[in-house]
Each structure stands twice: as structure tokens, then as C-alpha cells.
Design a protein around this ligand. Sequence first.
Ligand code: TXA
Ligand code: MG
Length: 354
Amino acid sequence: MAILGLDSDVRSIVIFRLIRYFFIMLLLDSSDQNLRAAGSAIAQGKIVAIPTETVYGLGADAFNAQAVARIFAAKNRPTFDPLIVHVASASALDTVVRLVPPKARILVEALWPGPLTLVMPKREVIPDIVTAGLDTVGVRCPSHPVARKIIEYSGTAVAAPSANPFGYISPTTAMHVAKQLGDRVDMIIDGGPCTVGVESTVIDMTHEIPIVLRPGGMPLERIEELIGELAFPEKELKVFASPGQLKSHYAPHADLLLFEEGALARIDPASVPAHAAALAFDAPMAERLRESACFDMIYVLSPKGNMLEAAANLFAVMRTADEAGFSTLYAERVPDAGLGRAINDRLYRASKKS
Ligand code: TXA
Ligand code: MG
């Protein structure tokens, strides 16, 4: 190939551009024609990556067990982890669930469409593979107009987990999906970067006092205002109170070390390994970390300290740090309210446990 005659720097730039071009070719814009094509692909049993306001999802017909099985295969996801079923509007809820508890009805009316998944008793027709054999199903109506159009055009309900390989960070752009699952999906619709940026809040509505299964894009405070008390399953959050005493374990990507709020300002530079980067919540924190001179790079989640912006940027920033090849990523918890809870939860899940 002619490209072999180029000097190595030029050659890597050309190869990089070709790869990038290849990924962009995989993406389809959100024209009505493409959304109709995506809808009929789902109706025919194919798997399609779709944008939602939270993260990109990998969708299949929720009533077609074989199509749903392809999602698990594409993601390498264990089948004991149930999927969320997405509906185009609340009126389709009855096709999926057997019973809508009164508190769930209140939430549906006030907060749908939006980043809120409600777990309710499932209808018999929902295949076991969707719910991992449970007799409940998580349902959500996304607020992203592209997602809703695709579901509407598919004429069915769409089972969709986040469109990432199992265990990795959820995608918040179509390009993230193309890079990691491009060769495993039938179609990717580009609906722009996700505005919420963390996955939906998941609430189990089958108990008198509903249970928070995952904090997410819908603040728990808004839910409590509408239906009162929520219960939390027992979960121990262990983070590093101070640097040091880190047990090493295998991780394919950067180790994320999560600290209590304010702890990074007091970090001992001698404890920070080479090739380390840090996540700063806002510009003042980034400035303090720069002064400490401990890190090769500081990534800022929201220069002005806006929690919504920080959530929207979180996953993309973690990917950028990973792609830049940092071996360790330092982060600290943000104030634990509103979307801050979802951010802390995702940081904790991504982190190396002490
Ligand atoms: O924002 C979101 O929720 C994104 C977009 C694509 O909608 N989806 C998403 O899906 O994050 P996934 O599969 O990555 O996470 C679904 C979560 C899992 O933690 C799963 O265990 C829980 O929802 N879940 C689903 N159905 C459930 C059920 N019947 N009972 C308990 N948990 C359930
Ligand atoms: Mg996921």
C-alpha cells in the first residue's frame, strides 16, 4: 500500500484519520428516514444503538427473546442481570406490566418521560431473558425525542441496557458506541451527546415503601416530594479516607482511586504514582490540584461547579483519561445530594475498592 512509503509520524496520522472516518461511517444521523429504518430493524429482531437523555442504549424488541439474547452476546453481559424495557409513552405501560401500584402511577404522571425506571410486576409475555427470570420488570419512558421516535416506529417496547461492553463505562456519545461495539450492532443512531450523562434512577415499586436500586438521573429528592419515604438496600460504601494502603488487583483500564470530599487537597505527593491524573469537580479545585503538582493531568467535570454539567461530562472524561493512557485516576466524592448521589455512585462503582 502507498501508505507504507510514508514516514512513521505521517503514517500514524493517516491511519488514525482512516480509523476515525471508518467509525463515523458507522453512525447514522437522526433524520426521520433513519429513525424509521431503526424502528423497523428492531421490529425485525435486529439490535440498534439508540441515544437517550441518560446514556446510549443497545435496543431490541422486548418481546423477542432471540433478539434480546443478541444484546447479551454483543455486550458480554451475564444473563442474571435484567434489562430495562423502554416504552414510547406511558400509555404503552400496560403491554409490559401486570399492575401499576398507585405510587408508581403518581411518578409516571409527574416524571415521565425522563430518567426514571420503575420496577413493577411483569406481564407473562415478557421473556425471562429480559428480566433474568424475575417476575418484575424495569420500565422507563425516555425523554430523548429520538429514542421515543425509534420506539414508536418499532411498534413494540424496546429492551435496552447501556451500549457498552459489560463492566465498562456507559457511552454518552454515538462515537463511544462505535468504538467499542461498532462491529457487533446492526445500526447506530447518532442523537448527539447525552444531556443527563448518568443512567436512570431505578426504583423498585413492588414494596409499600419503594426501594432505591440505583441513584441516577432523576434526583431522589423529587421522587420523595411526590410519594414520600424511600428505602435503601444495605450497602457499604468504602472509599479511601487517606492515600496509601492500596491493595493491587488486576484492572484492564486505569485504576480509579476514590477519596472522601476534600481529601485530594491533602494528598502526599510521594504517594502518587507516575502517570496519574485527577478529576476535579470545578475550576477552583482544579487550580488547587495543579498547585499541588501531584498529577500529570487534571480533568475538570464542570468549571463553574454545576452538578448537572458534571454528571453530563463524567463518563466522557473517564474515557478521555483512559484513552490518554493514565494508569491511575484520582477522584473525590462530590456533595451527596441531587445528581451528586448518582455521580458518587458511579465513581464508587468505577473505583478500586480498599
Ligand atoms: O438510563 C438508563 O437506565 C440506561 C438507558 C439506556 O435507558 N439503561 C441502563 O441499563 O442503564 P442497564 O442495563 O445498564 O442497567 C439496568 C439496571 C441494572 O442495574 C438492573 O439490575 C436494573 O436496572 N434492573 C432492571 N430490571 C430490573 C428488575 N426487574 N429488578 C431489579 N433491577 C432491575
Ligand atoms: Mg449499564
